[in-house]
Design a protein around this ligand. Sequence first.
Ligand code: HEM
Length: 203
Amino acid sequence: MRDRVMTVMVAGTETSASALAWTFHYLAAHPYTQQQLHTEVDTVLCGRIPTVADLPKLDVTRRVFTEVLRLRPPGWMTTRVTTTSTRLAGLTIPRRATVVVSPYVLHHDPSSFPDPERFDPDRWLPHNAQHVPRGAMIPFGAGTRKCIGDTLAMTEAALAIAHITSHWQLSSHPGHQVKAALRMTLGVGPLPMRPTPRRPLAP
Ligand code: HEM
């Protein structure tokens, strides 16, 4: 029981925290996108705390977070062990071999995502997203061992982003260079930022 609780705690905290940190970094680096987000949250929320009922209307929020999961997937690498010898992409893989699968590499394949290093939430507009090949976007893994927290992660992230950007304008710290921190997750490293209140702070 302890191990199960630890798995959910570890798998469900560092991943979401890394993705949110990257989101704040990309918003600060893309003022136009941050402006679009402000317009959305101001229209939908009018300063109140977001709830799950607001999610269908938080379209920019969802696209921004999806694009962050593409560019900087916290689960950048996962593994599978073959149960039988097989051939894959012209290679013979023996039984019990560990195969490394990298969502990061797949998400940066230019044949799936043109100009892959460019941060572009519009990739996830329906008429663009329909051209993304099946299996090209797997921030939560795939198959029977796929992340069990994917819906919770998308929900909590959208609510956090909407609430934070409703109240704060995010700017990067002048002169600070963001460096990826590659561990079990793809973290953002130290991220000093300048938050400016967008509405009067509660007394
Ligand atoms: C942005 C947030 C998250 C990302 C990017 C993420 C990503 C992943 C990835 C890539 C895997 C491996 C899947 C595979 O090998 O195919 C995984 C597994 C897992 N995730 Fe998440 N995850 C996130 C949030 C969460 C949350 C919120 C929870 C639970 C509260 C959670 C619980 C788990 C568990 C328990 C596993 C292991 C599943 C298994 O081995 O059967 N994750 N996650």
